[in-house]
Design a protein around this ligand. Structure first.
Ligand SMILES: *Cc1c(COP(=O)(O)O)cnc(C)c1O
Length: 456
């Protein structure tokens, strides 16, 4: 299988190459040259465990990685999940199911992709004998999940920029209390946009980037989307058989990576009715899917911070399919979007998608009412997906984070103080973080002093 860019001006890459590069050189995002039809394989996949299913699925894509190696990479990626089912499906009502995606090491769904990506990097380092330095900026969950995907791995140093004092205390602890000597949380002055801007400046230093093999960890890596397809298929098998084709996945959405993975699985032949895109008050995707108008606005902080996004970077992949896999057309639209900050989007499958928007006050009310009705605690992101459930449909809500990660909102809504032992354990560990001002040269000096050499 080869990988092409959504903007059509990059030569086809192998899986390993596309993963290593991240963003395509023409500025686009990688996608498989063609999507396999999985319908004929589903019967054989029905009773597989999560790692077994994941291996069978990813084998169709990672065709340049030896099968025994891929098997080891996949097994290692789901070993640290603390639930035997990896992604258990919980039934709350006749037609209402919850897919729990928070049993990984950082208690949010990003572990599904970033544990896998971390092991792919480790494999690359082992094969080439050259170390890499991973650099990212985070406002919360991604940084923690990336750190835990690379923690203690030989030949890699992880540098994560985050705005000092502006991530939640639990999220910060997940980054600064790891005890691993290859992890460098850089607490910079300013807000998330400042962190992001500093990161971009460092990546623009191409000589430095090459010399230290600086690699980005972000939401656009192809391996992340593919790894996320697996839990949709796994959940589908765990639904009662006659409900499968009618089911709708309800997905708390920010960057469009999660719901895109589900939609791609459907395009490969997984028979499901559709998807509901659940946004918080940052509702660019709700407006798009309800009116066809894509217009970038201001980001407003909310109680579901991992969805506080206005530019949904993975949307470009959906756009590519929606314009008939025409890279030239994607380039035109992306240029227009950059110039005017908006475009009109007409030709998408309206039957397959719907969207909703949830305000902060509603998030608190929903957490309370779901708890009262079902005795089930949900986190603020998942709460957005519980807005106005339709009992006539089979709905599968994706629970993207553990309620224990957001204790303040949960306590406000229900009076309960949720706890998770892995978060409690962090409280007794020493914090190691590096407060820096955060300009380009300071970050580059820091990386130079702490760069990974490669495996011993
Ligand atoms: C990242 C994140 C989301 C948004 O997922 P996207 O793939 O960006 O749409 C939702 N909920 C939680 C808890 C997250 O960490």
């Amino acid at each position: 299988m080869r990988y092409v860019s959504t903007r059509g001006q990059t030569r086809p890459h192998s899986f390993a190459e596309a993963v290593a590069v991240g963003l395509a050189p023409d500025g686009g995002l990688f996608l498989p040259e063609s999507l396999p039809d999985i319908r004929g394989r589903l019967d054989g996949w029905e009773s597989l465990s999560y790692p077994d299913l994941c291996y069978e699925f990813l084998r169709l894509f990672a065709t340049d990685i030896a099968e025994t190696r891929l098997r080891e990479i996949v097994d290692a990626s789901y070993r640290k999940f603390d639930h035997a089912e990896t992604a258990p499906l919980v039934r709350l009502d006749e037609n209402l199911f919850v897919l729990e995606l928070f049993h990984g090491p950082t208690l949010a769904f990003k572990d599904f992709a970033l544990q896998f990506l971390g092991n792919l990097y480790a494999d690359q380092i082992a094969r080439t004998g050259r170390g890499i330095n991973v650099l990212g900026a985070t406002s919360g969950d991604t940084g923690a999940a990336a750190i835990h995907g690379l923690l203690g791995k030989e030949g890699v140093s992880v540098f994560i920029l985050y705005p000092d004092g502006r991530v939640s205390p639990l999220q910060e602890r997940q980054m600064v209390c790891t005890g691993a000597d290859n992890v460098f949380p850089l607490a910079i002055q300013g807000n998330f946009d400042d962190a992001q801007a500093a990161l971009k400046e460092v990546f623009a230093e191409s000589e430095f980037k090459e010399r230290y093999r600086v690699s980005a960890v972000n939401s656009i890596n192809l391996a992340r989307v593919l790894a996320q397809c697996v839990y949709y298929i796994h959940a589908w098998f765990r639904l009662p058989e006659k409900k499968r084709e009618r089911c709708e996945f309800v997905v708390p959405t920010g960057n469009f990576g999660n719901v895109l993975a589900g939609w791609m699985a459907r395009r490969m032949g997984l028979a499901v009715r559709g998807f509901r895109i659940a946004t918080n008050r940052n509702d660019i995707l709700h407006r798009l899917f309800s009116t066809g108008d894509y217009r970038v606005g201001e980001v407003n902080p909310s109680l579901a911070p991992s969805m506080d996004i206005q530019v949904a970077s993975n949307f470009e992949r959906f756009l590519y399919y929606s314009v008939g896999e025409d890279g030239g057309r994607v380039r035109e639209i992306m240029t227009a979007l950059k110039d005017k900050g908006r475009f009109r989007f007409e030709n998408f499958d309206k039957d397959v998608f719907s969207a909703s928007r949830t305000e902060d006050e509603e998030i608190v009310e929903i957490i309370k009412s779901v708890y009262e009705k079902f005795g089930y605690l949900i986190d603020p992101h998942t709460a957005c997906a519980f807005k106005d459930p339709d009992p006539s449909r089979t709905e599968v809500v994706l629970a993207t984070a553990s309620p224990a990660k957001f204790p303040d909102t949960i306590t406000r809504a229900t009076g309960i103080h949720p706890k998770h032992e892995s978060l409690e354990a962090l409280k007794t560990r020493p914090e190691v973080k590096y407060p820096i001002k955060g300009d380009k040269s300071e970050i580059m000096r820091f990386i130079t002093a702490n760069a990974a050499e490669g495996p011993a």
